[in-house]
Structure formats: structure tokens, C-alpha cells
Design a protein around this ligand. Structure first.
Ligand code: C2O
Ligand code: CU
Length: 466
């Protein structure tokens, strides 16, 4: 049992610096070169238990935070000094296929791989995590995850809270053995919900804040747990409204005022929360019990606490959120509609249209011509369950949801996404342009236990001869 609620501060990931910057005067190419080491580390998580062994990027979990500027390319050398295979996926930007973390393209212990990242898309909160076949869940759970922020000048001109007022929050849920080690059962193929809620690796932390606006970048980095988040004053206050401003693929066209955000694994939402009316108070970030298939425990309805101080040290970027944030093109029209059913097989594994990653011959399910717009209809089939569906390479728009909750939430339709929450009984339609690169990319369920028990397939973006 964990008794140290809101007693330890929120860890803030440090920003990774490039080791070298290559410049070429003739081509004006500039490429930042980074090095990251995957390695085991012991971290004191339970105050009264032995330190917990993690395997993490640079030995910290979440790993160092990349802050990339749109238009400036990067190469990152990931050296695998951990005990298991490693494949790194930067989730939320388009990478060329060889650098996208294909699950079967892993580095053995002792090897390294250089990944090239274009950083060519609009500002967004991306994250990076392991993607090794049949082991993504365990590797991510044991520490291989981190933030990767892309910023651009359009975003910076909006005057959103920045610097120490821009805080990434990776939420995850884990289970511990009595000796302080992490519990993970590779035979369980349903899910790992976890009784201990962590933010940036620390169970139920606190953050001291000033009575002003903050930008929070929320990420559900959990293996299987979904959240319905709200801010309350004291333990039993009512939900305080805030502005949601961005999701997986960057800023919304306009802010969405809401008093909760429901999010599934792999999704990101960014919000601006104003503490100004709460000086001297405690604001708790709460979760809801009874959501989806989650298994709940005593304190899984709490996430973290904000201790609001009495004075503001810097009042810049503290104005109203602009009413218009970014131009988002209307959803393209398309006559191409493809169906994918996410369901459980008789032997308990999870498949997409009856196929899993282990079915090497059939796992490429479709071949979109490069540049084409396609509507994918995602059905929740046998076995129900929550399947956060993640499509690599593309940003999509959520067109419709039928069955289950029966509507697209306002903050799901206000921006572009790369994960959509497909709950039991639901059918969701998304539209995307399959570009800019050709190649074989994955799509899968982001319940990492489902993914590792085979709910992982691929599409091949194909360049047609003209
Ligand atoms: Cu966040 Cu294919 O993964
Ligand atoms: Cu699933």
C-alpha cells in the first residue's frame, strides 16, 4: 500500500541537448545530432521498499525531453545498453519507414541505431517509446518512454504559457511487488491497469504553481488504463472548467472549453488551466472510477495535486487563449472506405481483420496509394474492450462515432489526431491522407498488452507508376 500522496514533487524531464550540429555552407543543411543510451537504472519509487529497477533512456523515466524546431532535422543515435532488444518509435511525427521503429527491426543489446527525424510538421506534443515486437508493453512499462516536442513560429506567436509555465505530464499506472520491483505478467493478455498512478514517473506527485495560467501537455503513457481527468479544489470540489487547445497532431483550430478530458493510451491533450482564482488553495487532478474496462483500486481516482502559491513571478504569456489557434483544413472527401475490425480470437489473442503481427505473410492489410485520402472504418468486434487505435505516419480527422458513446467529443474533432479511442460497441470513422512517404507502416491497438498479443498490423503506402 502506498501512503505518500502528494508528498513528492513532480519530476520535470530535462531537455536533451544535441551532441553536435552539422552544418553545410553550400546546401545550408543543418542537422542536430543527439546520443541517447538505453540502460538499466535503480530508482527509489516506494519510500519504504528497495529501489525499483528500470531500463530507461539515459537512465531516467520518462527519458530526456527533445525540443525540436520545425524545419530543423535531427539524427538520434540510440545505443542499446539494456538487457533486451530495442526499437524506438517517435509517436506522432512522420518518419521514413526505416526510422519509424518497425517492431521487427530491433537492435540487440550492445548495438546502436541511428534514427533520422525530419521534424517537418507543425508544432505538436509527440512522445517516443520502445516498439519491439511482443515486448512494447513491458519495455515501455519498465521505463522506455519520453517526450518529444515540436515547436514552430506560428505556435510561438500565440503567447501561450511557456518556459516553467509549460509542463509535460505523462500519466501511467503500474503495479509493484513487495520487494519494490515492477510486476508484469507476460502471460496476461487482457491488460495491465495498475493500482499506482504515476506522473512523470512519480506516484501521486505535487507541483507548486503560481496563481496564473499554465499549459499542461497531458499524455496517457499507461499500458492499459484510460482516464477521465478533471480539476477540483480540495478533494470534493466540483470540476473547474479549462481550455483544451491541442491534441495528438498539434493545436486545435480554436480552444474548446471543457471541465473534463477523457483520454486513452497514446493520446495527448494540451490544456491551459488558470490557477488565478485559487491562490493559496490545493487543486487536485482527479480521474473517474468506473471507466471502460479499467480495474479500479482505492486511489486510481487521483492523479496529482497542485499547491497554488500567492504570487506570480512572471506575468508574461498569461493572457486569454487566442480564439483562433491554427488553420486546420476541412476533412477531405473520399470515396475510398476500408473496414478494420478489432477483435479477440478464440485462443484469446487480439487481431485486426483476423490477422496479427505474427502472421508475417498477411500482416500488411492494405496498400494505400501515396497521396490518397482514405476513410478507415474501425469496428470494435469480438471481445469488446477499449482499443485506442493508432495509425503511424498520418494525422487523421475523426469523422464519426456510432454505438457506445455515439458521438465524437468536441475535443476529438477540434484538431488532428493519431490515436482514436475505440470503446466497446463502437464504430469510428477517420480520414487521412496517406503521405508524404511510401513504405510499410504499422497500425495497432495502443493497449500495449493487446498490441503485444498480436493486435498489430501494417499498411504499405505505395507509389503508383504514373
Ligand atoms: Cu505509440 Cu505504434 O505506437
Ligand atoms: Cu486493444
Amino acid at each position: 500500500e502506498y501512503r505518500w500522496f502528494f508528498e513528492y514533487p513532480l519530476p520535470i524531464p530535462s531537455t536533451k541537448s544535441p551532441k553536435l550540429t552539422y552544418t553545410n555552407d553550400k546546401t545550408h543543411a543543418i542537422i542536430d545530432y543527439y546520443e541517447v543510451e538505453v540502460k538499466p537504472v535503480k530508482q527509489q519509487i516506494f519510500p519504504n521498499l528497495s529501489p525499483t529497477e528500470l531500463v530507461a533512456y539515459d537512465g531516467v523515466s520518462p527519458g530526456p525531453m527533445f525540443v525540436m524546431h520545425k524545419g530543423r532535422e535531427a539524427v538520434v543515435r540510440f545505443s542499446n545498453n539494456g538487457p533486451t532488444n530495442m526499437s524506438v518509435h517517435v509517436h506522432g511525427q512522420y518518419n521514413r519507414a526505416p526510422f519509424d521503429g518497425w517492431a521487427a527491426d530491433y537492435a540487440y543489446p550492445g548495438q546502436y541505431k541511428d534514427y533520422y527525424y525530419p521534424n517537418a510538421q507543425n508544432a505538436r506534443t509527440v512522445w517516443y517509446h520502445d516498439h519491439t515486437e511482443y515486448a512494447t508493453g513491458e519495455h515501455t512499462y519498465r521505463g522506455q518512454d519520453g517526450f518529444y516536442i515540436i515547436t514552430d513560429s506560428e505556435e510561438q506567436s500565440l503567447g501561450l504559457p511557456s518556459g516553467k509555465y509549460d509542463v509535460p505530464l505523462a500519466i501511467s499506472a503500474k503495479v509493484y511487488n513487495l520487494d519494490g520491483s515492477l510486476k508484469f505478467d507476460t502471460n496476461n493478455n487482457s491488460g495491465l491497469w495498475g493500482d499506482i498512478i504515476h506522473v512523470n514517473g512519480q506516484p501521486w506527485p505535487y507541483l507548486n504553481v503560481e496563481p496564473r495560467k499554465y499549459r499542461f501537455r497531458l499524455l496517457d503513457a499507461s499500458v492499459s488504463r484510460t482516464y477521465d481527468l478533471s480539476f477540483v479544489e480540495g478533494l470534493n470540489g466540483s470540476a473547474i472548467p479549462f481550455n483544451a487547445i491541442a491534441s495528438d497532431s498539434g493545436l486545435f483550430s480554436q480552444p474548446v472549453n471543457t471541465d473534463n478530458i477523457a483520454m486513452s493510451m497514446g493520446e495527448r491533450y494540451e490544456i491551459v488551466f488558470d490557477f488565478s482564482g485559487h491562490a493559496g488553495k490545493k487543486i487536485i487532478l482527479k480521474n473517474s472510477h468506473g471507466l471502460g474496462e479499467n480495474v479500479d483500486y482505492a486511489a486510481t481516482d487521483m492523479v496529482m495535486q497542485f499547491n497554488v502559491g500567492s504570487s506570480v513571478s512572471d506575468s508574461s504569456n498569461n493572457g486569454d487563449v487566442p480564439s483562433s489557434l491554427r488553420y486546420i483544413p476541412p476533412a477531405p472527401k473520399s470515396d475510398v472506405v476500408k473496414d478494420f475490425t478489432f477483435g479477440r480470437s478464440d485462443d484469446g489473442t487480439w487481431l485486426i481483420n483476423g490477422v496479427g503481427f505474427s502472421d508475417v505473410e498477411h500482416r500488411i492489410l492494405t496498400r494505400p496509394p501515396r497521396g490518397d485520402d482514405e476513410i478507415w472504418t474501425l469496428h470494435n468486434g469480438n471481445g469488446g474492450g477499449t482499443h485506442p487505435v493508432h495509425i503511424h505516419l498520418v494525422d487523421f480527422q475523426v469523422l464519426s462515432r456510432t454505438g457506445g458513446r455515439n458521438n465524437v467529443l468536441p475535443y476529438e474533432s477540434a484538431g488532428m489526431k493519431d490515436v482514436v479511442w475505440l470503446a466497446g460497441g463502437e464504430t469510428v470513422q477517420v480520414v487521412a491522407r496517406y503521405a508524404p512517404w511510401d513504405g510499410v507502416y504499422m497500425f495497432h491497438c495502443h493497449n500495449l498488452v493487446h498490441e503485444d498479443h498480436d493486435m498489430l498490423a501494417a499498411f504499405n503506402v505505395t507509389q503508383l507508376a504514373k
